[in-house]
Design a protein. Structure first.
Length: 293
C-alpha cells in the first residue's frame, strides 16, 4: 500500500471517509462532509477577471477563493484555493462570473474577481511554439463526470445535462434502493453514470438520453470495451469497481492514492446523489480502464 502523504485537506476528508454501497442494497455510510469555504464577500482587486479567456491560460488567485462543483455560490465547495495559487482555464466562457478551472488536478468553478492573469506564463497558441493544451479523451471524460455532479441518484438510469444541474432539474431520491422513489427527469445510479462518462457502448454519446446499458456485474470483468488493470497504474478517468454477490459499486477515479483515499466522481446513493470528493477504497475494488485510453 502506498505511503504517500495526503494534503491537509485530503487528510481531513480521509478521516471521515468510509466504504459505501451505492448501486446495490447495503449501507449508505457517509464518506464526505460539507466544506467551510472562503469568505466570498471580500472585495476583489482591480485586476479581477471578466469576459472570455483562452482555454489553457494560467491564472493566479489574489486571495483564498472557493473551488465549487458549479458556477454559483449555491454549488458545493470542493475546497479553498490558497492565495497565490496557479490554476488553468478549462472553458473560455465564464458563467455568472465563474470560470471553469483546474487546480492540482481538480476541475471546478471559481469566481473570476479573485484571480489575475499570470503574466509570466506564455499564452496559449502564442505562435512561439506553445500550442494550446489538448484536452484529450481523459480530460473530456472528467469534464462529463464533473458536469453530472449535483444530480440525483436514480436507480437503473443514466440521464444528465452537460450544463450541470439546476434546482429544477437536479431531481431527488427518497427511500432505500432498489425500493426507492425518484422525482425528476435526470440523474443516474453508479453504473449508469460511469457508462455516460466513458461513453460505452460507442452509441452512448448523448448525455441527456436515458441509457443504462451495464451493471457493476458487467464492469467488474474485462471486456472488449474495458479491461482490469493494476491499481498501481491508475490514471485520471479510469474507474474502480467491486461486486460481491448482488452488491456492488463503481466510480470514476480522478487523482490520488488508488490504494488509500483518492479523489473520485460517483453517483453514490439515494441520500447523497452524484458527488465528488475524497473517498476510501477497500481491497475489494478492481481498477478498470476504457479500451484505447
Amino acid at each position: 500500500m502506498s505511503s504517500r502523504a495526503l494534503t491537509p485537506i485530503a487528510a481531513g476528508f480521509a478521516l471521515i471517509a468510509s466504504l459505501v454501497v451505492a448501486c446495490a442494497p447495503g449501507g449508505n455510510a457517509p464518506d464526505s462532509q460539507d466544506v467551510q469555504g472562503a469568505d466570498e464577500t471580500v472585495a476583489s482587486g482591480e485586476d479581477g477577471l471578466t469576459g472570455s479567456i483562452a482555454v489553457g491560460t494560467t491564472l493566479i488567485s489574489t486571495t483564498g477563493v472557493n473551488l465549487r462543483n458549479g458556477p454559483s455560490t449555491s454549488n458545493t465547495i470542493y475546497y479553498t484555493v490558497p492565495t497565490g495559487s496557479h490554476v488553468t482555464v478549462q472553458d473560455a466562457t465564464p458563467q455568472n462570473g465563474f470560470y471553469k478551472v483546474k487546480h492540482n488536478g481538480t476541475i471546478g468553478w471559481s469566481y473570476g474577481a479573485y484571480y489575475k492573469l499570470d503574466q509570466t506564463s506564455d499564452p496559449p497558441d502564442d505562435g512561439g511554439g506553445n500550442p494550446p493544451p489538448s484536452a484529450g479523451v481523459r480530460a473530456d471524460a472528467i469534464a462529463r463526470a464533473q458536469s453530472a455532479v449535483g444530480f440525483s441518484y436514480w436507480w437503473g438510469h443514466g440521464k444528465f445535462l452537460s450544463a450541470g444541474p439546476t434546482s429544477s432539474t437536479k431531481g431527488s431520491c427518497s427511500g432505500s434502493c432498489p425500493n426507492c422513489s425518484h422525482s425528476g427527469s435526470y440523474g443516474g445510479d453508479c453504473s449508469g453514470y460511469v457508462a455516460k462518462v466513458w461513453q460505452v457502448p460507442a452509441s452512448n454519446t448523448s448525455f441527456s438520453s436515458d441509457d443504462h446499458p451495464y451493471s457493476t456485474a458487467d464492469f467488474v470483468n474485462s471486456t472488449s470495451q474495458w479491461s482490469v488493470i493494476s491499481r498501481d497504474d491508475l490514471q485520471q478517468a479510469d474507474a474502480m469497481v467491486y461486486r460481491t454477490g448482488s452488491a456492488g459499486h463503481v466510480f470514476i477515479y480522478d487523482h490520488g492514492d488508488g490504494w488509500g483515499s483518492p479523489y473520485a466522481y460517483e453517483c453514490k446513493g439515494c441520500s447523497y446523489g452524484c458527488v465528488s470528493g475524497i473517498r476510501s477504497v477497500s481491497s475489494a475494488y478492481k481498477a478498470i480502464r476504457h479500451t484505447g485510453w
